[in-house]
Design a protein around this ligand. Structure first.
Ligand code: NAD
Length: 414
């Protein structure tokens, strides 16, 4: 195996690591030899020293500090090695790893006694696929702000909502509330729990436009698991028709029905906003109860919301209500990003292109092949898992705000 790695970048890193290991061993030997010289009892060898005790303490303090500093350098180098190896092997974003040795060493043994023990760096167990055990392992890209968190996903019985729910569970969320008006969501929750080997998914059947249902879901999440800090309100519907259509028989114009317009905006715009602000409200109350005011970065991110926009937010023939709702989410996210960061909550919008779900498939294969696929760069539908991955990226990476276009390079025909 090692022969195979010879001459490769990973092989080089292994060679360096071995060297570091040897150096560390030698250093530890030096420490023991050094100590046994100053404190004969350590090695069991009888030695005599005429140095006064106070002087020995001074030399001891200096020697130990020097050695400890050297050892810290070596540990940091070993950490660097591990980071680079992970980078190469798994494409991990190395800069998300926290160096293990941070604290300044105390100047004297007396100071060492007074100062608190060197604390572990603020890292959480963040390993994709692993159950959220306290492993103490550093961040692995794509799971920050997800491991051990409690999430609510609406529209979870199908398509993108289903894929996001699976992905959040898989990336170590403590609990994911799967919300949908279809009772399929309960079977899906059971399937996810079986796959993950733990109870992480909880099916919740109801209508997202029902405020009492929304509050029940959040109450149950809090009672069973704790404060919800991830919200992906993905439930959505389409009711497509031209805004004005001439009746061929009568020659009269039909207007897009206002009741349908209200229904689409109720489900696709108002409900997602209220699911999001329900979460913000709970986080705000909880922080208030704990005596916290304006969020400070040391608290780490308290919550993340990702709305499901659409390429149609830019306008799409036959989608007046849908396009309006999706464009409205852009305004909502931009406003919430500004307001909710007071409580440490981030907010963004993802704009998926045509994704392989029942919603897109309802357009019919003829339509998709004629009007959609030729106008995408990928010339295929996007997989729901690809959108789920992009959503998890938006949740994980705290530097990301605003909007992400995951549209497979789609540009509508003129
Ligand atoms: N599929 C695409 O091409 C595409 C593209 C851009 C954006 N989107 C958006 O992504 C989101 C998910 O879409 P999808 O393609 O997975 O759709 P989908 O039809 O596969 O799933 C939508 C789910 O939402 C649920 N739902 C609808 N109204 C509800 C309500 N009032 N209460 C509770 N549940 C409700 C449905 O039961 C369904 O399970 C939607 O907001 C959609 O607008 C989809």
């Amino acid at each position: 195996m090692l022969n195979k790695l010879k001459g490769t970048a990973v092989g080089e890193l292994f060679r360096d690591a071995c060297k570091l290991g040897e150096e560390n061993l030698k250093l530890q030997k030096d420490i023991v030899v050094g100590w046994s010289r100053l404190w004969p009892g350590l090695s069991g060898r009888v030695q005599t020293t005429s140095t006064p005790f106070a002087e020995v303490r001074g030399v001891w303090s200096e020697t130990v500090q020097n050695l400890a500093h050297k050892q810290r350098e070596l540990v940091n180098k070993q950490f660097e090695f591990a980071r680079k190896t992970l980078d190469l092997a798994f494409g991990v974003a190395g800069n998300e790893l926290t160096p293990p040795v941070k604290a300044e060493l105390p100047a004297t043994p007396e100071a060492a006694e007074k100062s608190p023990p060197v604390s572990e760096p603020a890292i959480e167990p963040q390993v994709r696929g692993a159950s959220p055990v306290e492993s103490g392992r550093p961040y692995i890209s794509g799971t920050q702000n997800i491991v051990n968190k409690i999430a609510v996903v609406t529209g979870a019985a199908s398509g993108i909502g289903e894929a996001v729910s699976r992905e959040l569970a898989h990336r170590g969320a403590k609990a994911v509330m799967l919300v949908d008006r279809s009772d399929q969501v309960v079977a899906l929750a059971n399937a996810i729990n079986e796959e993950e080997g733990r109870t992480v998914a909880i099916g919740q059947v109801g209508d997202t436009t029902d405020a009492a249902f929304r509050k029940r879901v959040f109450n149950e999440a809090v009672e069973r698991y704790g404060i919800v800090s991830i919200c992906v309100p993905a439930a959505g519907i389409t009711r497509d028709a031209l805004s004005v259509r001439i009746d061929k028989e009568t020659g009269k114009a039909d207007l897009y029905p206002v009741e349908t317009f209200r229904q689409v905006t109720e489900v696709n715009l108002i409900a997602p906003i209220y699911w999001a602000i329900e979460m913000i409200a709970r986080i705000a109350e909880d922080r208030r109860e704990r005596g916290l005011k304006r969020w400070e970065p040391e608290e780490k991110i308290q919550g993340a919301i990702v709305f499901l926009g659409s390429v149609s937010s830019q306008g799409n023939k036959g989608q007046i209500s849908y396009a309006v709702a999706k464009a409205g989410l852009e305004g909502a996210a931009a406003t919430l990003m500004k307001e909710a960061i007071f409580h440490g909550v981030r907010c963004g919008v993802i704009h998926p292109g045509f994704t392989d779900t029942p919603m897109a498939k309802a357009l019919g294969s003829d339509f998709l092949e004629k009007y959609v696929l030729p106008y995408t760069q990928l010339r295929r539908l996007i997989r729901p898992e690809e959108i789920a991955d992009a959503i998890c990226f938006m949740i994980s990476n705290s530097a990301v705000s605003g909007e992400l276009w995951a549209d497979a390079g789609w540009h509508p025909p003129a």
